[in-house]
Design a binder for this molecule. Sequence first.
Ligand code: SF4
Length: 222
Amino acid sequence: MEYKEEDYLMLSGIQHYVFCRRQWALIHIEKQWEENVRTIEGQLIHQKAHDKFFSETRGNIIISRGMPVYSASLGTNGECDVVEFHRGTSGVTLHGKEGLFEVVPIEYKRGKEKENDADVLQLAAQVMCLEEMLCCSISKGYLYYNETRRRLEVLISEELRKKVKDMFLEMHQMYDRRYTPKVKRTKRCNACSLKDICIPVLCSNKSVSTYINDALLEDKVE
Ligand code: SF4
């Protein structure tokens, strides 16, 4: 199946979807967005990755920054922070360049490696877009974390590809139904950029009287 361009979902949304289905729906269906320290830091790192050059050559490597990518079969589009083209004996041809180039995407991230696989899945989705656009196969990509300042190699397995496909299918189904899941309060809510919009305390099972009592108590403590 191929999606029409007007039905494409944002590729980076897969991170929100992995973090919390409700957060994804609030941002991508209801178009709500709250900036907190984490999202601003993340944007600055991405701007840095996209800065300076659109593309540059370093020896046998051509580096492209902010490259637009899409996949009609996943129904998504977005941007790759960095795509390196390594001259070698196999890979794709590039307009105006001699030889063949291996395609290597690199995604820049704030902080360090996460406990969930949000970053890995985003990178795998980028790989699947690049493969579809450039008619090639890509076996690996890298995640670069600003805190550890190192590249983490990610092998793009069949299992990972299936997870990405299943997730985009679910996201399209939710988007078509304009469905926003109910609150499931967990410890990740503390770091959520939408917690004030989502109002996890009010939407949880606390009764109104308990909520008001707690709020009064907090006022007294302050
Ligand atoms: S506050 Fe919690 S439930 Fe609400 S969107 Fe954020 S992570 Fe999801």
